[in-house]
Design a protein around this ligand. Structure first.
Ligand SMILES: [Zn+2]
Ligand SMILES: [Zn+2]
Length: 344
């Protein structure tokens, strides 16, 4: 028996405190799986919801779904080429690839498993994962900078694509200075859209402007609706990609979107949508949901990162600091993405 260290959650609740547990068994890869020795893992806002018991879905004691490391052991039937390759372990741990939903988009498979939800996640030294669902990481990217692309990056990338914008159109990112938002700003700018960034505070403002946002609005200080209307000729933006789960941000999104525009729901809240079917019908709005993305989109995004078009802004922490990171994320105090170093 070999043991490893993991950031352990006894039981998800608002008062829970993840701690390092040193006697967690190193799993053995079964058929089709690889064993990955992790180097680092990003911390997603959905980890925060899970650990604090807000989504009541965490059925395991180890969260995390933005993990990167090296394959150190192969299960049966895994091609030898996987051994020693650097891979990412994502939220979509596996999908059935046989149901009717999978034939349309396997990321929505109702029979899927998720890292850190129903199988142990990436806040540990070793994780097993099905080889066909891990992502090979290009050698040009450091593990720390690649980690945030595995959930935050792919989620916002796919959301932007789903918005169906044309070059030169306006897109608003509420939560622009956070993990998803700051990547979304870069991707949207590169795709030729005009970006309005909304968040709070000077640090996030500086980051958003540096990343190419045409304007940054601090929702605590600025008159957001007035400014967006005047920038867009009184119409409102073509799309709002709501990368924060704040109820106020969702309420505002429907004030900022133009007639025939699109609101993409990405940030997680369990509140009801603050819009009437009347408004959706009369204004011809599209309301779309998006989370994660396909492997094809993942490859496209990694290529953008290799080209230097998307550079995650990261803040590094130790695995032992997960509790601290969870608190800071819950208070929206992290600029960009928090990434945990896994002890080697
Ligand atoms: Zn995530
Ligand atoms: Zn399926």
């Amino acid at each position: 028996m070999q043991y490893q260290t993991a950031a352990w959650v006894d039981s998800p609740s608002p008062n829970t405190k993840p701690y390092l547990k040193h006697d967690v068994l190193i799993p053995t890869p079964s058929i089709g799986q690889v064993l990955v020795k992790l180097e680092c893992s990003g911390v997603c806002h959905s980890d925060v919801h899970a650990i604090l018991g807000e989504t009541k879905r965490m059925a395991v004691h180890i969260g995390g779904h933005e993990g990167i490391g090296q394959v150190v052991e192969l299960g049966q039937d895994v091609p030898q080429s996987y051994l020693h390759s650097r891979v990412g372990v994502k939220w979509l741990y596996s999908a059935c690839q046989a149901c009717e939903i999978c034939t349309l988009n396997y990321t929505r498979c109702p029979h899927q498993s998720n890292s850190g939800r129903d199988v142990p996640g990436t806040f540990q030294q070793y994780v097993v994962a099905p080889a066909k669902f891990v992502t090979k990481i290009p050698s040009e990217l450091s593990s720390e900078r690649a980690a945030p692309l595995l959930c935050a990056g792919i989620t916002v990338f796919s959301a932007i694509k789903k918005a169906g914008l044309n070059v030169g159109e306006w897109v608003v990112f509420p939560g622009a200075g956070g993990g998803l938002g700051h990547l979304g700003v870069q991707i949207a700018v590169k795709m030729g859209y005009r970006v309005i960034a909304i968040d709070e505070g000077d640090a996030k403002g500086r980051l958003c402007r540096d990343l190419g946002a045409e304007i940054y609005l601090d929702y605590k200080i600025d008159s957001v609706e007035e400014t967006v209307m005047s920038l867009t000729g009184g119409y409102g933006a073509h799309a709002i990609i709501c990368t924060t789960g704040s109820d106020a941000a969702y309420a505002q999104a429907f004030q900022l979107v133009r007639v025939l525009g699109t609101v993409v729901c990405v940030g997680l809240t369990i509140s009801q949508l603050p819009v009437s079917p009347f408004a959706v019908a009369i204004r011809g709005l599209k309301v779309i949901g998006s989370s994660v993305g396909t492997e094809v989109e993942m490859e496209e995004l990694l290529q953008m990162a290799v080209n230097g078009d998307v550079v995650p802004h990261i803040e590094m922490f130790e695995l032992s600091e997960l509790d601290n990171v969870v608190r800071q994320l819950a208070e929206a105090q992290i600029v960009g993405r928090a990434v945990l170093r896994i002890p080697q």
